[in-house]
Ligand binder design. Structure first.
Ligand code: WT7
Length: 658
């Protein structure tokens, strides 16, 4: 990408915080000033929200940049902070997890229950020979044992490496091998789309290729038959029989906590490494600040899977370190019916909801009448994460889920950042639909041009982070050079320019006239149309702003005249007629609609109406595959695709439309 991104879209709607929420907010506007005045002092205050066994001597050691050390010399136990201290404070009977199984079974886990299970699991892992610094793979469905397993590892200083339960044998085996894991914690299976979905056979195959694995600990969830080998142990015959007393030992603030693999578009997965004190400080602070949690009354629900960083920071470490009560759901959003999410919110009186744009757009596609059937009045705040949220999807979320008054926090962050970085503060920020607004207090984000110069308001470019932050990744497991090359060598000192280390996030962004930040997707996805840099996100948002469109994915395809041309794949809303001429008419209308919203430069060359889009298992659109289709190539690697039949349908449609 050269110089800057074009700034095509402008948004004028703003939504100030509700007065009552603003008056009682956990974090007020002063936080920005305090952090600006002294960033390290600010983070030091947030670290004090945790319980430390030993105080730190130094807040930040950046002398070996870009390898950071936060809270140097401090010691703490993460599990103690997430569990024991709440029980000691008299909240043992408080519900930590309202768990809802897909078939409709449920479990209530209090903080005392959690303490017992985590202590038992810690004792079992210790008996199995796991010690501080060892790696444990976790391959589980969304059941409370997933949180227990992670906390048990953290309690004894072992690193967990959670692998999403939908991943294949190969994906699991490469991750186990990369980190030399000693133990795998899994289950016979879990429930997906109304039926048991086995996990154990995948683990058996993977473990056969992984000599480092000494034991496999198996939770019984579905009760289906499993093949049993020498290394296998039932969770209920070990953990649930183990001694429930366990004294947590404090670990160094920089003791490694977990590895989590991100696939990215090229190369082998990167094992993102996070450590203890700084990670928990920022996960805990941002959960409190951005969700404005009132642990006495709020019920929080994050719909992510524990296999993603969102599940790590905002199902396990953020909420539990704050003593929150949360809902955990095992299954899919349309099982047994498309109102399942709203039914759960109604049942548990969920007040804080954290979900992803892909789900919001899916719900939009299913129709407004579905959420309307449920009582959603308990919701007082809504969160979004994972992708840019299109302004119209934001408006739909606000109107149909947030009854027109619940603030929306659009939170930008990454596996690498560990915790939220850019987001409105719900009691302070007047938010705009589709913008993540401003960096959180203590965070220094900027949009720069090729020369790392800050772009003025109204300009677009690359999103960078100029100052280290507590929950930043500490490296890529086993590959320091790749860590430097990937994140620190595009701009600043790592690129041989100046003295400042600048973190390159890989996202395009723009600043609007008020300085609010708009995330524009991965820079690899930016299109170059007749010499203009145009973001796929903006064209997609323009399409979604048409009342007939639920979802859209846009790619730049090679074009003899314009260099690249815009090709859009569009999912119509449920009630829209697209048969025959009506479809053709809609396509023309959409092309003109985009041209009107963004200017003629952004008018798509071609629009296809499709039923589904190719997505990764975490819900991100795989534009790379659509580009293959648009450029008439055979498809690249489809192994991370959520549903492999989608591409066949799209490719055959593309042939027909030619
Ligand atoms: C990438 C990181 C953060 C947890 C889930 C994803 C995109 C994430 C937003 C947002 C626009 C967003 C970025 C980022 N992204 N949140 N609110 N607005 N884009 O973690 O898998 O590491 O992906 O997701 O492109 O770089 P991840």
């Amino acid at each position: 990408m050269s110089e800057t991104l074009e700034n095509l879209y402008s948004e004028t709607r703003t939504f100030p915080p509700p007065a009552e929420l603003a008056a009682n907010a956990n974090v007020k506007a002063e936080a920005y000033d305090e952090a600006d005045e002294n960033r390290q002092w600010f983070w030091e205050q947030q670290a004090k929200r945790l319980s430390w066994a030993k105080q730190w001597d130094q807040v930040l050691d950046w002398s070996n940049a870009p390898f950071a050390k936060w809270f140097v010399g401090g010691e703490l136990n993460i599990a103690y902070n997430c569990v024991d201290r709440h029980v000691e404070a008299g909240h043992g009977d408080k519900v930590a997890i309202h768990w809802e199984g897909e078939p409709g079974d449920s479990r209530t886990v209090t903080y005392s229950d959690l303490l017992k299970s985590v202590s038992q699991a810690a004792n079992t892992l210790t008996e199995l020979g796991v010690t501080a610094g060892d790696r444990v793979a976790i391959y589980l469905p969304m059941i409370p044992e997933a949180a227990v397993a992670m906390l048990a590892c953290a309690r004894i200083g072992a690193l967990h490496s959670v692998v999403f339960g939908g991943f294949s044998v190969d994906a699991l085996a490469t991750r186990i091998q990369d980190a030399d894991c000693k133990v795998v914690i899994t289950a016979d299976g879990g429930y997906r789309r109304g039926k048991p979905s086995a996990l154990k056979p995948t683990v058996d195959e993977a473990v056969a290729q992984c000599p480092s694995i000494e034991h496999v600990l198996v939770v019984r969830r579905t009760g289906e038959d499993v093949t049993w080998g020498d290394k296998d142990l039932w969770w209920h015959e070990t953990v649930e029989q183990a001694n429930d007393q366990h004294v947590p030992q404090a670990f160094d603030a920089e003791h490694p906590l977990f590895i989590l693999y991100t696939s990215g578009t090229t190369g082998k997965p990167k094992g993102i490494l996070h450590t203890t004190g700084g990670y928990l400080t920022q996960a805990s602070y941002t959960f409190n600040a951005v969700f404005d949690i009132k642990p006495e009354t709020d019920v929080y629900w994050c719909t992510a899977d524990i296999g993603w960083v969102t599940g790590h920071s905002y199902i396990v470490y953020g909420p539990l370190s704050n003593g929150a009560t949360q809902v955990m759901y095992e299954g899919t959003p349309d099982t047994p019916h498309k109102g399942r999410f709203w039914e759960i919110i109604d049942k548990y009186k969920v007040s804080l909801l954290y979900t992803a744009p892909t789900l919001i757009r899916t719900m939009m596609k299913w129709g407004d009448d579905i959420p309307a059937k449920y009582d959603l009045s308990s919701l007082r705040l809504l969160g979004s994460v994972g992708e840019p949220i299109n302004p119209e999807a934001w408006m739909w979320y606000r109107e149909h889920v947030g009854h027109d008054n619940a603030p929306i926090v659009d939170t930008w962050w990454q596996t690498e950042t560990g915790a939220m970085m850019i987001s409105p503060l719900p009691g302070v920020t007047a938010s705009k639909p589709g913008s993540a607004m401003t960096p959180l207090p203590g965070i220094s984000a900027d949009v720069v041009n090729d020369e790392a110069e800050s772009v003025p308001n109204g300009g677009g470019g690359f999103l960078v982070l100029r100052e280290p932050w507590p929950s930043m990744l500490r490296g890529i497991w086993g590959d320091d050079q790749r860590f430097i090359d990937t994140y620190w060598s595009r701009f600043g000192k790592g690129a041989g320019v100046g003295d400042e280390w600048i973190y390159f996030a890989g996202d395009g962004a723009k600043k609007d006239d008020d300085g609010a930040l708009w995330l524009l997707g991965r820079v690899d996805d930016v299109m170059l149309i007749s010499g203009h840099n145009i973001s796929t996100t903006e064209v997609e948002s323009a399409l979604v702003s048409h009342p007939s469109v639920a979802e859209a994915a846009v790619v730049g395809a090679t074009d003899p005249t314009t260099g690249q041309a815009i090709v859009a794949f569009t999912i119509p809303r449920g009630n829209v007629d697209t048969s025959g001429d009506a479809g053709e008419k809609l396509i023309q209308e959409l092309r003109n609609h985009v041209a009107k919203k963004l200017g003629p430069i952004a008018k798509p060359r071609q629009i296809m109406l499709v039923a589904e889009l190719p997505k990764t298992r975490s819900g991100k659109i795989m534009r790379r595959l659509l580009k293959d289709v648009a450029e008439n190539r055979s498809l690249g690697d489809v192994t991370t695709l959520q549903d492999s039949t989608v591409m066949d349908l799209i490719s055959s449609g593309m042939q027909e439309s030619k």
